[in-house]
Design a binder for this molecule. Structure first.
Ligand code: E4P
Length: 216
């Protein structure tokens, strides 16, 4: 399973990248706004900087919602760096745009997936990645990981090639359950990635080894 970090914060991206386990980055308009990135030039420069930090797939989301505008915007985003993945919302024009990008050799990430039906459509259109938002599904009282399992089963039966990018991860347990459910990628906040490191018995064990090493 690949690990992406889900942020536009450069310090967090660098910290995750230094672990040596990072395969890519996902951003969205909310995450970009949180970092105070405003205006087309600043947005483009920010994506360029992220591409210079991480050698992996970097999702950059279109802000438009019509087919024509998404194609124009996506072409500009894709021109920033070969590792840019154009992130397109799961709407009717989005499906048309994903098909256009797929036919023209540009990689896409279909975002805001909340059902198996949407995952089937995005795969048919040729999305490189599809992003089910499992944390938001959990927040609404359903089980987000169950959706990952369902999509993984359908893709395996049908031979769909889109990669399942589990998004809206809230904690380390989500990552573990996604790995078991067959996600190809997990995009996670830095805290959830670092949470995988933690176990009290590791801390107790290490403290004892350090103490005993003084007797050696
Ligand atoms: C995915 O690419 C999105 O950026 C993200 O995972 C959304 O997560 P949230 O539900 O925590 O906003």
């Amino acid at each position: 399973m690949k690990f992406f970090i889900d942020t536009a914060n450069l310090a967090q991206i660098k910290e995750a990248n230094e672990l040596g386990i990072l395969d890519g980055v996902t951003t969205n308009p909310s995450l970009m706004a949180k970092e105070g990135i405003k205006g087309e030039e600043a947005i483009m420069n920010h994506y360029k900087t992220i591409c210079e930090i991480v050698d992996g797939d970097i999702s950059a989301e279109v802000l438009s919602t019509t087919f024509e505008e998404m194609v124009e915007e996506g072409k500009k985003l894709a021109a920033i760096h070969p590792n840019i993945i154009v992130k397109i919302p799961m709407i009717k024009d989005g499906i048309k745009a994903i098909k256009w990008f797929s036919d023209n050799g540009i990689k896409t990430n279909c975002t805001l997936i909340f059902s198996a039906g949407q995952a089937i459509l995005a795969a048919k259109a040729g999305a490189t990645y599809i992003s089910p938002f499992l944390g938001r599904i959990d927040d609404s009282g359903w089980d987000g990981v169950q959706l990952i399992e369902e999509i993984a089963e359908i893709y395996s039966i049908q031979g769909f090639e889109s990669e399942i990018l589990a998004a809206s991860i809230r904690n380390p347990n989500h990552i573990i359950r996604c790995a078991k459910a067959g996600a190809d990628v997990c995009t996670c906040p830095l805290d959830s990635i670092l949470g995988l490191l933690k176990h009290p018995l590791t801390d107790i064990g290490l403290a004892k080894f350090i103490e005993d090493s003084k007797k050696m």
